[in-house]
Design a protein around this ligand. Structure first.
Ligand SMILES: [Zn+2]
Length: 242
């Protein structure tokens, strides 16, 4: 993907295919509204059971095309060992100063996989230091702090703060996940570790449908924000109560 381009919305995730699972529909929905979107993957997937790093890069680029993002980059943090270190905060801050997003999406801060919950804190702290004028990331780029940080909570056992209606984009989002043929295509190798495509389809649609039901639409993706919501006009509040 061509660099030297800024984005309005940046999704930061530990692994290639995380964004596709947790907020790909939202990226499509925001792109359809005219916002420029991007993805920053922290690792390159070298520890995966299936597929080479090169194969996964090609798949990630295909997924990026389906998600219509302007930019997709991958850092070189070790897959399976994402740590919140000074060096890693600087790597992410350098990307933030270059891409200059107003809104950043991070994974939720609790979860099963350490890379996911570590990325939440690492990403937040990188957003903070990226705004400090005296911090030198070692790369060009004026200080920049995103205005808003959101946490994609699809896999978290937590009540979302809000949801994004992804009904028109749910099929494309699924296709972006299926772009990872080495991971999700029905194959013998890897055995019981990998679930067949049909089951992934059922699972992703069921989760989006469940979130949609909570929000009064067909399919939706859930998010948590730490701030409270601010409303000007009570008459414009969406989602019926009864
Ligand atoms: Zn992951």
């Amino acid at each position: 993907m061509p660099p030297a381009e800024t984005v309005d919305l940046l999704a930061i995730a530990a692994h290639r295919d995380d964004v596709e699972q947790t907020c790909g529909g939202t990226l499509l929905a925001m792109q359809a509204r005219g916002w420029k979107t991007g993805i920053l993957d922290l690792t390159r997937g070298e520890s995966g059971t299936r597929g080479t790093t090169a194969e996964r890069e090609a798949e990630a680029n295909e997924a990026a095309r389906i998600l219509k993002v302007s930019v997709r980059e991958a850092l070189d943090l070790p897959d399976g060992n994402v740590q919140n270190t000074f060096e890693n905060r600087m790597k992410i801050a350098a990307a933030l100063r270059r891409l200059r997003p107003r809104v950043v999406i991070l994974p939720y801060w609790e979860g099963r996989h350490p890379d996911h919950y570590t990325t939440a804190t690492l990403g937040y702290e990188a957003c903070f230091v990226s705004g400090l004028a005296k911090v030198d990331t070692g790369e060009a780029g004026a200080p920049h702090r995103p205005f808003k940080i959101l946490y994609a909570s699809l896999y978290a056992d937590v009540r979302p703060t809000f949801a994004v209606d992804i009904t028109p984009f749910v099929e494309e989002r699924f296709q972006s996940l299926m772009a990872y043929r080495s991971q999700y295509a029905t194959r013998a190798e890897g055995g019981g570790l990998f679930v067949p495509e049909e089951e992934i389809r059922e699972r992703t649609f069921a989760m989006a449908r469940h979130c949609g039901l909570l929000a009064g639409v067909r399919y939706a993706e859930p998010f948590v924000q730490k701030e409270i919501g601010l409303i000007d006009d009570l008459m414009m509040l969406p989602v019926a109560s009864i």
